[in-house]
Unconditional design. Structure first.
Lengths: 292, 325
């Protein structure tokens, strides 16, 4: 019963025809591909990502892609393919935890702020705007460097950065809905605020929240890469795309393109996947609004 | 006994931002400017008037969906004028509202059957399964059959008339004592109007409900209302038994409204009066009698200087020179 309530809209969304649906499908394919990679990493990875994967004499120089090492090795002899696989675990963990956390904080605050307007709204808006006015990466670096390098701390830093995005969208929607006739009708029926907010306004903001989730996660992947580039997500020798990007900087100058190309490609593809999901959903949303 | 007493009710909206306020450019819009009446149990009162006359605002003030600027609202002997929302919530099931726009008054994402059942659950009168059964009965009552089929539909799958039936069912499931119906049929297809009004009248009889029918259409008032109050610029200018008033208007404005309407009283002498211009800006209400700039009978002195008060017993008219005397 409960499960079908969640699954039915998803199934109908995938059955429907609309312009921009290909974006949603392509995005889902990419994200599911990386999710599968993350889950299956221990089974697919040919080597331990933090162990020497080549004979010692070859470990002194990065080895180009070959059958044994599809993405080559880095300058200390670790297998890049294995590192990319395991790195996806860190990236997805940080970005999804952070997005869920931002959502869990931003959505209720947005609901309350939009419904009550007045003083509560003004105070919350000022706080959120001041967070929002920082460039995301700078704020994330500041928080993460105070907390220290670890995936969970990186997630906290990113969560703080993306709270205002959810807050602003939900607040705007709530404000609009609160002034609508149907919400006034619910007040005239004597509904308590809790019921109006949770059972009526929240479901009407759900599509927007999904869009923000997709676009926000895409942005968060880039910010996460930035954090790990500065060594704030994992510590050596653990694998993480942004961190490997940093580790490969010198190699590129010496002609070893693969130690930086593959992590970069992974970051770009995954961000693209989430962005496509967000864009595809927003096309669908615009269509629905037009019909109503 | 009166179910509702309204005394000198006022709602003034202040327009203008901080800068306007500093420069003294604030406009005060007097949407409702001193409305008083009594409504008896089981009685229907029509509020008629042009757009901008304050009918809808009056309706919302009565239900405390807007905060009154001053005056008194007494519902079934309880003064609700300044009652806190938490307390008011327990009274709300007893006073319901139906809106003009059936396309806007339902949650677009909720099945209509659930929307009808929900009030019973929210007010703790029934469990979901009992409420569902009552909602199915209600759907049947308002003519949305087969009820099981309609229960699961979303508002977008219904016509305007069908949506208004859903809205009525949702309000009626609470068996209210007072219903404020704000132009309930003005956006409905003409062919459906009578049946929807009949539906309201049936419920009214069954529950011995009192009703305030807000309308600009005198034909609607004549069909449903025992008494009618004519509003002009936020004030009642004439109030009395509907039939009597339509045949024999006391206020020049009432006469003008009747003259402007398509023939509704068969065989009656139709007044040929025409008034000029449009309803005044409610932030600049004319001096004296607020109708004088448009009134063909204005004497140019007393009407301009002195505001007439509602006078009479069963028929009350606010005019220095009423047509009936």
């Amino acid at each position: 019963m409960r499960l079908s309530r969640v699954l039915d809209p998803v199934v109908s969304l995938l059955r429907e025809r609309y312009e921009g649906k290909w974006m949603l499908l392509a995005g889902l394919a990419i994200v599911l591909f990386f999710a599968a990679m993350a889950i299956l990493a221990p089974y697919i990875a040919p080597y331990d990502p933090t162990q020497l994967s080549v004979p010692l004499e070859k470990a002194l120089e990065p080895q180009p892609p070959s059958w044994d090492h599809p993405m080559g090795t880095n300058k200390i002899g670790y297998d890049m393919f294995s590192r990319i696989l395991y790195g996806s675990r860190v990236v997805l963990y940080v970005v999804i935890t952070a997005s869920l956390f931002s959502l869990a904080v931003g959505v209720p605050l947005g609901l309350v702020s939009g419904y009550y307007s007045g003083k509560v709204d003004r105070i919350l808006s000022i706080i959120m705007d001041s967070i929002y006015s920082f460039p995301g990466i700078i704020l994330a670096i500041a928080i993460a460097s105070v907390l220290g390098p670890s995936p969970s701390n990186a997630a906290i830093a990113l969560a703080v950065v993306y709270v205002p995005t959810y807050y602003r969208m939900v607040r705007g929607q709530t404000l609009k809905l609160t002034q609508s006739v149907f919400v006034e009708a619910l007040r005239s029926l004597g509904y308590p605020t809790r019921v109006i907010l949770l059972r009526h306004i929240l479901p009407n903001t759900a599509p927007v929240i999904l869009v923000v989730f997709g676009l926000g996660a895409a942005d968060a992947i880039l910010t996460e890469a930035g954090l790990s580039f500065f060594g704030l997500t994992v510590t050596a020798p653990n694998p993480d795309w942004g961190f490997d990007l940093y580790n490969g900087l010198d190699d590129f100058r010496n002609g070893y393109w693969w130690t930086i190309f593959f992590p970069g490609l992974a970051i770009m593809l995954l961000a693209l996947g989430f962005a496509l999901i967000g864009e595809g959903l927003s096309e669908r949303l615009a269509l629905r609004l037009e019909r109503e | 006994m009166a179910i509702l007493e309204v005394e000198d009710l006022k709602k003034h909206f202040t327009q203008g931002d901080l800068i306007d306020r500093l420069l003294g450019r604030v406009r005060i819009v007097k949407a409702v400017d001193g409305v008083s009446f009594k409504l008896n149990r089981g009685e229907t009162l029509a509020l008629v008037g042009e757009s901008g006359s304050g009918k809808t605002t009056t309706g919302k003030l009565i239900l405390r969906l807007l905060e009154p600027t001053s005056g008194r609202i007494v519902f079934d002997g309880i003064d609700i004028t300044r009652m806190r929302e938490g307390e008011l919530r327990r009274l709300r099931p007893r006073m319901q509202m139906i809106y003009q726009d059936p396309y806007a008054s339902l949650n677009p994402r909720m099945e209509v059957g659930k929307a009808i059942a929900e009030p019973l659950v929210v007010h703790g009168r029934a469990s979901w399964s009992e409420a569902r059964r009552e909602a199915l009965e209600m759907l049947e009552r308002v003519g949305l059959t087969p009820a099981r089929d309609f229960y699961r539909r979303k508002p977008i799958q219904l016509s305007g008339g069908q949506r208004q039936r859903v809205v009525i069912a949702r309000a009626m499931i609470l068996k209210p004592d007072l219903l404020v119906a704000d132009e309930p049929v003005s956006m409905i297809d003409v062919s459906m109007r009578t049946s929807i009004l009949k539906l309201l009248l049936d419920f009214k009889r069954e529950y011995n409900m009192s009703m305030i029918m807000i309308t600009h259409d005198l034909a609607v008032a004549r069909l449903v209302a025992d008494r009618t109050a004519v509003m002009y610029l936020g004030k009642i200018v004439e109030i009395g038994p509907t039939e009597d008033m339509l045949h024999n208007p006391g206020h020049p404005y009432t006469e003008a409204l009747i003259a402007a309407a398509p023939t509704i009283v068969r065989g009656a002498r139709k007044p040929s009066l025409r008034i000029r211009g449009e309803i005044a800006d409610p932030s600049r209400i004319p001096s004296g009698c607020r109708f004088h700039p448009r009134c063909p009978y204005s004497d140019g002195s007393k009407c301009v200087k002195e505001e007439p008060q509602l006078a009479g017993d069963s028929r009350m008219v606010a005019c220095h020179y009423p047509l009936t005397r």
